[in-house]
Design a protein around this ligand. Structure first.
Ligand code: NAP
Ligand code: GLV
Length: 309
């Protein structure tokens, strides 16, 4: 019998236990699912989340894979005790959530909704531009960025995508490399950052690159806090160069109450809720990977540890 250790934290265990049990049965895997392993060397698979119960993977020497519940892996990818394959979460429901968060916040800024929600006095009939007149830069064209970019393109936004490697995506103009980044930022009314936290993406949006954005541009960051230089962002907002920043992720989470983002009139904070992993659909992803492992098939969503994502 396959022994699966749920090491993603006591809070998640009651949320996942039944879904994982059902998903493993549906996948045809005969498994014993536990939240505490009697003997680490008996564990075949570890379900992991940052802040969970396993930090040192050394005793789990027979584990065939570590299966993450998070899309981002920056809190485990550098763990030197981890020698097993590491798979990250690609959850269709998480992708749906991210598409909705990105689309909602893009539309807020595109339509200038704040003005009407605040209650503009008078009767100034200034119609917002059409989506096809607004350019959105999507930094990151992976599972989440590509889905969000397609949704925005489906609403007629002009979407310019940017990624590490060269990409061809139907109906999207794509760029890569430093020159490509400058090109997409210089044209973007709204920029969305859906990149992983890696040494290469640290402070990607720094003062120099923020200055490439047109005056009044809006920054949406549902990726990771490290992608943006916080001080440079605040300086660009204060100088009037940027119109607004809507941020879901931060260098320190929970974001401290006295952090400058908290009370800045041009910053909207959402508390890392853009796209949660959903237990029902994520359990099916985990179960499918365990089925694959047991059948000797390649794992899905393997992390390239040298790239860091
Ligand atoms: P993914 O499928 O791995 O895609 C990552 C994208 O970023 C790829 O297009 C990749 O380029 C690009 N990239 C990586 N390093 C780059 C670099 N140095 N320069 C330019 N492009 C680079 O990841 P995903 O599933 O879309 O998730 C993206 C991130 O979203 C996660 O890592 C996580 O941090 C964040 N996230 C946030 C939430 C939330 O609730 N706020 C939820 C889930 C995920 P290539 O295509 O060339 O490889
Ligand atoms: C959440 O931020 C994730 O990486 O899944």
């Amino acid at each position: 019998m396959t022994l699966v250790l749920f090491a993603a934290g006591a809070r998640r265990w009651p949320l996942y236990r039944d879904h994982l049990t059902d998903a493993l049965a549906e996948a045809g895997v005969t498994a014993r699912l536990v939240s505490e392993a009697p003997e680490p060397e008996a564990v075949d698979y570890i379900v992991f989340a940052p802040g969970g119960d396993v930090v040192d993977f050394t005793p789990y020497r027979n584990a065939k894979a570590v299966l993450g519940l998070w899309a981002g892996v920056e809190r485990i990818v550098g763990n030197a005790t981890l020698t097993q394959p590491l798979c990250r979460m690609v959850d269709p429901a998480m992708t749906e959530g991210m598409v909705e968060w990105v689309t909602g916040h893009v539309l807020r800024h595109h339509l200038g909704l704040d003005r009407w929600i605040r209650g503009e006095p008078g009767w100034q009939q200034v119609a917002p531009p059409l989506a096809r007149e607004r350019t959105v830069a999507m930094l990151g064209l992976g599972e989440l960025g590509a889905a969000a970019a397609r949704a925005l393109a489906g609403l007629n936004f002009r979407v310019l995508g940017w990624s590490r490697s060269e990409k061809r995506l139907a109906d999207l103009e794509t760029h890569h490399g430093e020159a490509g980044l400058e090109r997409v930022l210089r044209e973007a009314g709204i920029v969305v950052t859906l990149l992983p936290a890696t040494p290469e993406t640290e402070n990607l949006l720094d003062a120099r690159r923020l200055a490439w954005l047109p005056p009044g541009a809006v920054v949406l960051n549902p990726g990771r806090g490290t992608l943006i230089d916080d001080e440079a962002l605040i300086a660009a907002l204060d100088a009037g160069h940027l119109g607004h920043a809507t941020l879901d992720v931060f260098r320190i989470e929970p974001l401290p109450d006295d952090h400058p983002f908290r009370h800045h009139p041009k910053v909207t904070v959402t508390p890392h809720i853009a796209a949660e992993t959903r237990p029902a659909s994520a359990s099916r992803v985990i179960a499918e990977n365990i089925r694959r492992g047991e059948a000797g098939e390649p794992f899905l969503h393997l992390v390239d540890r040298s790239r860091g994502y």
